[in-house]
Design a protein around this ligand. Structure first.
Ligand code: AMP
Ligand code: FE
Ligand code: FE
Ligand code: ZN
Length: 290
């Protein structure tokens, strides 16, 4: 068999992607992937429909991207970071409670962003957006971006972020995210493993110092996303060396969001050896094969 192709970070309509979970696994198969992880923000609602639609031979890794907050390592204010959790028990009470809290927090926070925009005259019918969210799905800024596109305020989701929704915008409202060490502990307690998602995605705003990633490795973090569309070549090399030094597994992923981003699925991949090493400690749930 040819070397398997593995993409460990994708989004569906259970959060801010535009493919349904069943479309997502079909798109993964059509792109030639052998393994795909579904990693919606703060929810496992896409797991069952993705599993039910799994094409023959496709291996499904069940995961989520946890909204977290971390010290930067510079003594300035904490920064929002994303943590990928894989193959954890989805009914673990702490995870169920924290994901539910964050989904409610996300709605509240988008309403506050919309309130600020409405005060400046932006016409956004966010209730229409919320009505379209599937049960258990996470709302996010990309939903607001699409509402802005629909209202003719901007031409694209990318433009909506660049002009109105980026982290430094006057309309930006932060969420109350989970301390990253708490999230690592929670996922491990539920039998899963964690990977620091796109830690050096500098175009999104401030990022952590490499020393923070090394400290998290000592605190139970299993891997770090090295090859990611938002990582510059020199940052990938820095992270690859850091992974080798600290025993973290180096992963690569597309962070596919369907039509909400331009990156195609399978644009970045994880090596089979790294994949095997990453999932070796899992005791939560098994991967599924169609
Ligand atoms: P939120 O989870 O509501 O804070 O929104 C963050 C999400 O917005 C990320 O997970 C990405 O999916 C998306 N995002 C962030 N920056 C951009 C950008 N420049 N263009 C398009 N989507 C973005
Ligand atoms: Fe996203
Ligand atoms: Fe992310
Ligand atoms: Zn993501």
């Amino acid at each position: 068999m040819a070397r398997p192709r593995i993409d460990l970070h994708t989004h569906s309509t259970a959060s801010d992607g535009t493919d349904t979970p069943s479309q997502l696994v079909a798109v993964a198969a059509a792109a030639g992937l052998d393994v795909v992880a579904i990693t919606d923000h703060d929810t496992t609602a896409g797991w069952a429909p993705a599993a039910a639609a799994l094409p023959p031979g496709m291996q499904l890794v069940r995961g989520a991207e946890f909204s977290c907050v971390s010290p930067t390592g510079r003594g300035d204010r904490d920064v929002a970071v994303h943590l990928l959790g894989y193959q954890f028990d989805p009914v673990h009470p702490a995870i169920v409670a924290e994901q539910k809290r964050l989904r409610l927090e996300r709605v509240d926070r988008l309403r506050r962003m919309i309130g600020k925009m409405a005060a400046d005259g932006y016409p956004v019918d966010i209730d229409a957006v919320f009505r379209l969210l599937p049960e258990g799905a996470s709302a996010g800024r990309p939903h607001l971006a699409r509402a802005l596109v629909a209202a003719g305020v901007v031409g694209s989701v990318t433009e909506a972020f660049a002009e109105l929704l980026h982290n430094g915008s006057p309309y930006y409202v932060p969420k109350a995210d989970t301390p990253v060490r708490t999230a690592i502990d929670m996922v491990r307690a539920a039998g899963g493993v964690t990977v620091f998602a796109h830690p050096l995605a500098r175009k999104r705003g401030r990022v952590v110092e490499p020393s923070v990633i090394a400290e998290l490795a000592a605190a139970g973090l299993a891997g770090v996303e090295v090859d990611h569309p938002d990582h510059a070549p020199e940052d990938r090399e820095l992270l690859r060396a850091l992974a080798a030094d600290t025993g973290l597994v180096a992963t690569g992923s597309s962070d596919y969001h369907g039509a909400n981003k331009t990156t195609p699925i399978a644009a970045e991949t994880t090596s089979p050896d790294a994949f095997e090493e990453l999932l070796a400690p899992v005791t939560g749930v098994e991967t599924l094969t169609g």
